[in-house]
Design a protein. Structure first.
Length: 125
């Protein structure tokens, strides 16, 4: 009987935790604004934005002229590719970081840029 009660308690706690995580993920925006150094990749029309916070983003755009800003510090605004999966990945990394299982909490993702603004004509190292 004690085992059944313990199992039910564990199931209830797990359900509440999952629901809390789900509502937190849904609250994240699919649009991000990231500032960092824009670099060219070997793929045509695809660039890498190394953000000031250590995150890195594969970026592309059909509306903003990214090629004009290679080697510049820029602020890019755009939509995260596969936002639900990306947000779940972020949440998992945050939990691992918070528990001490992971020291680095840098984000990696893909972004379709809708607007780019030059901050500086060079990148800070």
């Amino acid at each position: 009987m004690k085992k059944i009660m313990l199992f039910l308690l564990l199931a209830c706690v797990s359900s509440v935790w999952v629901m809390a995580q789900d509502s937190e993920t849904k609250g994240k925006s699919d649009t991000r604004t990231i500032t960092g150094c824009l670099q060219k990749t070997s793929h045509q029309n695809q660039f890498l934005l190394v953000a000031n916070d250590g995150s890195s983003w594969k970026v592309h755009s059909s509306t903003a002229s990214l090629a004009d800003h290679v080697g510049h510090t820029v602020t890019a605004t755009g939509t995260v590719s596969h936002p639900t999966a990306h947000n779940m990945k972020e949440d998992t990394k945050d939990m691992a970081h918070d528990t001490g299982m992971k020291k680095d909490n840098s984000e990696h993702g893909a972004l379709t840029v809708t607007d780019v603004q030059m901050v500086s004509d060079s990148c800070q190292k």
